[in-house]
Write a protein that binds this ligand. Structure first.
Ligand code: AMO
Length: 437
């Protein structure tokens, strides 16, 4: 067994309460602030649970006094001391230190002060120093909520009978068939970073009959510099064998309701810190066809020619008019990817759909599972079937019809918490211009 170190904490800040009056404890944390007042020092000590005041009286605690007098802000310390219930202190309690150990000294000056109002700091500086930025309780609250989104998604998908598979992230072919793919060197060959688990989730649902689920990174070489796009983001993917649109939509509706309820139940404290609410969602969500979407948009003053995809502004306008998340379905086949099934009675339209929640939150489709039709689709999209040989193999030996979805976690968190900038909801954003930290 490895012995406990004397500096290891007995309590978190949050656990230091007035009822511990007189007890000896050890707390660890960051020195957020030191305020001198004559021969007294008031230290705000912070850990991941909150802050507590350490009160240092020069005469009584000469060594801790010397250390705190010169310590740099955001240094990490271990404080051994006695708890004192004291009504006038924040949270009605203070810690009187007997021994202070510096565990890590912060260099000065700080590149930026995470506890200054955010408006004062340039966005790029904040993200260059995201390690400091993430120390703020509002950031922690947001990532705890995001964690609930991830865990509760897994719970829900497991309850619904999905199997958690994993798909490769390095591929010999572009998963979405587009130009927005990152090339990499793979031994002596060219390879690609996965743009989504599209191909493998189809292989699995179509060939094993299990419902596929994965939470996974997506890589997109899109040169967007917007508040809704990242070059690496996280998708929730589902693929259901023997399913049509309605089966997928019902799963998506249940997922959004489950996740919203989970946040409201488990993150009350974090929602309070952020001053946010997650509104309850009513299901079923409205379903409108692409044609109806264009008509509605025309009424709202947006003229969109048939065959053109909707942009964010138009999706937002529809979302506001409808007042609820909704599905758009029956897109023109020209807008569908090669793997989307066309309507049997009208090949001009295809079984692709989107879920709009403020903006596009998820997309999906009923897939083309018939080998000959897939060949036709590829050729029609100007793609060379030779580049998709191993994909096409999956449809040669008995493949179940299937349908599924891909949803961006970041857009989900943004939608639930009404956050405008996608950078806020990833720990370390990756974009055209940003590869570090
Ligand atoms: P699509 O390309 O629409 O579909 O992506 C699925 C979802 O991922 C999110 N998303 C993004 N989030 C942040 N930054 C980006 N650059 C970005 N691009 C997309 C959106 C989007 O709805 N394989 C299909 C899904 C399927 O058919 O199952 C796909 O990848 O929330």
């Amino acid at each position: 067994m490895i012995e406990r170190e004397p500096w290891q904490r007995t309590h978190t800040c949050e656990e230091v309460t007035p009822d511990l009056d007189g007890k000896e404890i050890v707390v660890n944390g960051w020195v957020q602030n030191v305020r001198p007042l004559g021969s007294l020092l008031f230290i705000v000590l912070r850990d991941e649970t909150g802050t507590r005041q350490v009160t240092v009286v020069k005469k009584k605690h000469p060594e801790p006094f010397q250390i705190f007098k010169t310590i740099s802000r955001e240094s990490v310390v271990s404080v051994k001391g006695t708890v004192r219930a004291y009504e006038e202190a924040p949270n009605g309690v203070e810690i009187l230190p007997t021994k202070v150990t510096i565990l890590s000294k912060a260099q000065t000056p700080l590149p930026f002060d995470p506890f200054e109002p955010q408006v004062k700091t340039l966005k790029d500086t904040r993200y260059d120093w995201r390690i400091l930025d993430l120390r703020h309780p509002e950031k922690l609250a947001l990532f705890k909520i995001r964690s609930t989104v991830l865990f509760s998604t897994c719970e829900y998908m497991q309850q619904r009978g999905f199997t958690y598979w994993t798909s490769p992230k390095v591929l010999g072919q572009a998963s979405e068939g587009g130009a927005e793919v990152f090339d990499i060197q793979w031994f002596d060959k060219k390879a690609y970073l996965s743009m989504s688990p599209q191909l493998h989730k189809q292989f699995i649902a179509g060939n094993t009959g299990t419902k596929f689920f994965e939470i996974t990174p997506y890589f997109r070489a899109e040169k967007h510099r917007t508040r809704r796009h990242l070059s690496e983001f996280t998708g929730i993917d589902g693929e259901i064998p023997f399913a049509t649109e309605e089966d997928v939509w019902e799963v998506l509706e249940g997922l959004l309701v489950h996740v919203s309820n989970a946040i409201n139940e488990r993150n009350k404290e974090e929602l309070k810190i952020l001053g946010k609410q997650v509104k309850p969602l009513k299901t079923p969500f409205p379903r409108i066809s692409y044609k109806e979407a264009l008509e509605k948009l025309q009424e709202l003053g947006h003229e969109i020619p048939w065959g053109e995809d909707l942009n964010d502004q138009q999706e937002r306008a529809l979302y506001e008019a409808i007042g609820s998340p909704f599905f758009i379905h029956s897109y023109p086949s020209s807008l569908g990817k090669f793997y989307v099934m066309k309507f049997e009675d009208n090949p001009e339209l295809c079984h692709a759909y989107d879920l709009v929640f403020h903006v596009e939150l998820a997309s999906g489709a009923r897939r083309e599972h018939r080998y000959e039709k897939l060949l036709e689709n590829l050729e029609e999209k100007g793609l060379d079937p030779k580049d998709f040989e191993s994909y096409l193999d999956a449809f040669k030996y008995g493949c179940a019809p299937h349908a599924g979805f891909g949803m961006g976690i970041e857009r989900l968190v943004m939608g639930l918490l009404d956050i405008q900038d996608i950078w806020e909801v990833v720990p370390f954003p990756r974009t055209v211009d940003r590869l570090a930290p």
